[in-house]
Design a protein around this ligand. Structure first.
Ligand SMILES: Nc1ncnc2c1ncn2[C@@H]1O[C@H](COP(=O)(O)OP(=O)(O)OP(=O)(O)O)[C@@H](O)[C@H]1O
Length: 810
């Protein structure tokens, strides 16, 4: 039957939905299983009644009513919940038309996006309102003239370089605190300040300053061993090691460091982060480096196997994003690195050098501090000074237990949330993006965070697909838009769409070639005809997740960072930490974060160094609304008075009305429904799209089950309405009975979920930059003693490594 736009098309079906399991063998276990299954079936037959969702009046298990089939197994009758529209008499033209068609074809059922949705549990009065009073940024440079880089102890040449070449006029508050301390003192330090407050320079500047001082006239003359011409050279020794959890972050730190060292080009920095031949890394180490930026795995490897890596002179060990390093299970490696550094220091006597710390100093850096960071501190930090942006918070005695400071978002960041019923999630995201990019110059770049790699892949294709099917030929065999070419990267903003599609740049060639090795047909950068407006014809979508090959990740990120066209980055949490991407105006948390600190890091990609920014989070009605209290914790007033609640209807109305067009009544509902139908048809007709949608749905539900224990009350996978949620993936039914591996065929919601939960233990991963796949779902497992915890973490990682390819969650 041709698809006529009807959403549901159930046949009552004579055939059983699944085949009977065959019990082989005559062992007691086989018999027991057979017995239990038959008992279970009998039970179902006796007790099966339609379960009515008390909140909505709809059937609790996706509106499905069980019926007995010939073989005694439950089968489904047509779904009827959504035929009953909440506005049966009136409704929009499209709804009336759908109802009429529905009457004509009794076996077909129309599903409306706008009926039987769960309603919000909060009254609007509880939800706060936008505060129009301007808020002073909390992470901006201190431009009052009282503090300058020189007054903090940096040399004039370095301060001049900062101003002239990097356009940095004054330090930020955390830089003030850290530079003052680290330039003069040699104690270990913990640098904690909110996102986008310049923590990277806060630890780099004192290190560079002190190494530069070694070359000051006369300083080195007493140390002929290190000195040929009164200057430090690359073979004078490795003085500092900086560890960061991802390759992207290491590259970013290395870029900042190189820009600093342009005023002291005799000091040489380098990276060992994997992703290239070890031979080349060894060659670099052999030539000598003064500052090394590394991922822990790769450094540990070189410490064990690379003779030429000499660490006896190391005076600084910096752990950037220390809490993340811990979450990713690097603890054991870091412990090993610290031990190696100490061993080598005892074997080879450290040469005292004036100006450098007499012993190795460890500096930890993070916006969020929790117990696990303190544990990491126990490994390597001795009597650490806790440095915070606000001097009133300083705790010279050691790391304090100020939990709240780990939850503060930049004060100028405007946060809001939208309560969206599961069925309307996709159209609401679409509406929000349409609206956001409707006007020229309103939003330059946005990041959309979703829960898993499969979901990134699916949503990328949803927006990058061509809307009209006859565009398939021009859009490529798979129906997806082509990789964007020059129009995206040459940054002139004027190139037309056709031209931009025909030319592929070197960067994107690399991305495409690297893609071909793993996923042959998936570009990572595309123009998005489904969302473009006349004001923004070159709106570009980029996707990023840990399952993409490293060269693709690097190229995609670079293309997004460089682009001067309005752009969207659709990504997993792989982009949530530390990345400093320019001009991000909006962060959308389409899927809520997996922990409160993930939330802070995600939204911290905007509102950096004093700039404005907005963040929006999607919450579903019910338990998820409880997350509002976590959002409020990020405010300095402790109650989040300026946290704004947006209604999904308003977002939809504004998004689907189109700019300047005011539609009559609720015509925007029709437009939204048409948009959804179009995507659903695409998912039905395009085999690959259907596969993407089902994989995304399954992975999303599995990932949902990995919220930290403390937040599972709000994100309870057992109460997810799986049927309604399917609509958010443009599926007309949830994949349970579509033969998706990992889900029981035709299982009831509860059973599916428990099954899902079991699997999810191995699920959602982060990537440490390609060295390994990591598991982080259980990072709040209580740790009894260090060694055991590290072992546990390692075991989970290994468990995950085995599962990573199957679940493809990054
Ligand atoms: N003193 C300064 N004046 C102006 N801009 C600065 C200053 N210091 C740093 N920046 C800029 O601020 C941006 C953010 O810096 P950085 O990435 O170090 O922040 P962060 O605190 O480490 O953030 P996150 O916690 O997200 O990793 C960078 O683009 C950097 O160039």
């Amino acid at each position: 039957m041709a698809d006529d736009g009807m959403l549901m098309n159930f046949s009552i079906g004579d055939a059983p939905l699944s085949t009977k399991p065959v019990f082989k063998g005559g062992r007691w276990r086989d018999r027991l299983i057979a017995k239990k299954v038959s008992q279970h079936r009998r039970q179902i037959l006796q007790t099966e009644k339609p379960r009515i969702d008390t909140a909505t009046g709809a059937n609790a298990s996706n509106g499905q009513i069980k019926a007995d089939t010939v073989d005694g197994r439950p089968a489904k009758r047509p779904k009827i919940d959504e035929v009953r529209n909440s506005r049966p008499k009136q409704g929009t033209a499209l709804q009336r038309q759908l109802r009429a068609q529905n009457k004509a074809k009794p076996q077909e059922v129309v599903s409306s996006l706008f009926s039987y949705n769960p309603s919000s549990t909060k009254s609007p009065a509880e939800t706060g309102h936008e505060d129009a009073t301007p808020v002073a940024p909390s992470n901006a440079p201190l431009l009052d003239g009282l503090d300058t880089f020189t007054s903090l102890g940096l040399s004039t040449s370095l301060a001049t370089h900062l101003l002239a070449k990097l356009n940095l006029k004054a330090p930020t508050a955390i830089q003030k605190a850290a530079i003052t301390q680290l330039v003069k003192e040699d104690s270990d330090a913990f640098i904690q300040a909110e996102t986008g407050s310049g923590k990277t320079l806060a630890y780099l500047l004192p290190i560079v300053q002190r190494i530069m001082e070694l070359s000051a006239p006369g300083t080195m003359s007493n140390f002929a061993k290190f000195n040929r011409d009164g200057q430090i050279h690359r073979d004078s020794g490795l003085f500092a090691i900086i560890l960061a959890p991802t390759r992207e972050l290491c590259k970013q730190i290395s870029t900042v460091l190189d820009s600093l060292l342009r005023c002291a080009n005799w000091i040489v920095a380098g990276t060992v982060i994997g992703g290239e031949k070890k031979k080349s890394e060894k060659a670099r180490l052999r030539k000598g480096l003064n500052i090394l930026v590394a991922t822990p795995g790769r450094l540990a490897d070189h410490l064990n196997n690379t003779e030429v890596l000499r660490v006896s002179n190391v005076r600084w060990l910096v752990l950037d994003e220390g809490d993340r390093l811990m979450e990713l299970g690097f603890e054991e490696e870091i412990r090993g690195i610290v031990e190696k550094l100490e061993q080598r220091n005892t074997l080879v006597k450290t040469v005292a050098m004036p100006g450098l710390p007499a012993r190795r100093t460890t500096v930890m850096c993070s916006a969020t501090m929790k117990m696990n960071v303190q544990r990491l501190g126990e490994i390597s930090l001795k009597d650490a000074v806790h440095l915070k942006a606000d001097p009133a918070d300083h705790d010279a005695e050691g790391v304090s237990e100020n939990k709240d400071s780990a939850f503060l978002a930049p004060a100028q960041l405007k946060q809001s949330y939208i309560v969206v019923p599961p069925k309307q999630r996709l159209i609401t995201l679409t509406a929000l993006l349409k609206r956001t990019f409707a006007r020229k110059g309103s939003v330059m770049k946005a990041i959309v965070f979703v829960s898993c790699a499969d979901s990134v892949d699916f949503h990328f294709e949803v927006f990058a697909r061509r809307e009209e099917r006859n565009d398939k030929e021009t859009a490529g065999v798979d129906g997806s838009s082509k990789v964007v070419g020059k129009g995206d990267t040459k940054d002139d903003g004027n190139s037309n769409q056709a031209e931009s599609k025909s030319v592929t740049t070197e960067t994107e060639d690399k991305a495409t070639n690297a893609n071909k090795k793993s996923k042959p047909d998936l570009p990572t950068v595309a123009l998005i005809p489904t969302l473009t407006s006349p004001a923004n014809p070159n709106l570009t979508l980029h996707k990023l997740h840990g399952s993409l090959p490293q060269p693709v990740r690097t190229a995609t990120l670079a293309a997004f960072a460089r682009s001067t066209n309005p752009s969207i980055l659709l990504c997993t949490d792989v982009a949530s930490r530390g990345l400093d991407l320019p001009n991000i105006d909006l962060v959308i948390e389409y899927d809520p974060p997996f922990s409160a600190d993930d939330h802070l890091h995600r939204i911290g990609r905007t509102a950096r160094v004093g700039r404005d920014g907005r963040a929006v989070i999607f919450l579903m009605p019910g338990g998820e609304e409880g997350y509002v209290k976590v959002l409020r914790k990020g405010y300095r007033d402790g109650v989040g008075r300026s946290l704004v609640r947006n209604e999904a209807d308003d977002v939809l109305k504004r998004g689907f009305e189109g700019s300047g067009v005011v539609t009559k009544g609720r015509e925007w509902e029709d437009k939204a429904t048409e948009w959804q139908l179009e995507v659903e048809r695409w998912v039905i007709e395009d085999k690959r799209a259907g596969e993407l949608a089902r994989k995304a749905y399954v992975s999303h539900v599995r990932a949902y089950a990995t919220h930290v224990v403390a937040e599972r009350e709000m994100f309870d996978v057992k109460v997810l309405h799986l049927g309604h949620l399917a609509k958010a993936f443009a599926l007309r039914d949830r994949p349970g009975k579509m033969g998706v591996p990992g889900m029981r065929q035709g299982a009831e919601g509860g059973k599916s979920v428990s099954r899902i939960q079991g699997i999810s233990r191995k699920d959602r991963s982060e990537d440490d930059g390609g060295d390994r796949k990591m598991h982080r779902a259980d990072h709040n497992v209580p740790m009894t003693d260090g060694q055991e915890a590290a072992k546990k973490m390692r075991a989970k990682m290994e468990e995950h490594m085995a599962a990573a390819s199957e679940f493809n969650i990054g």
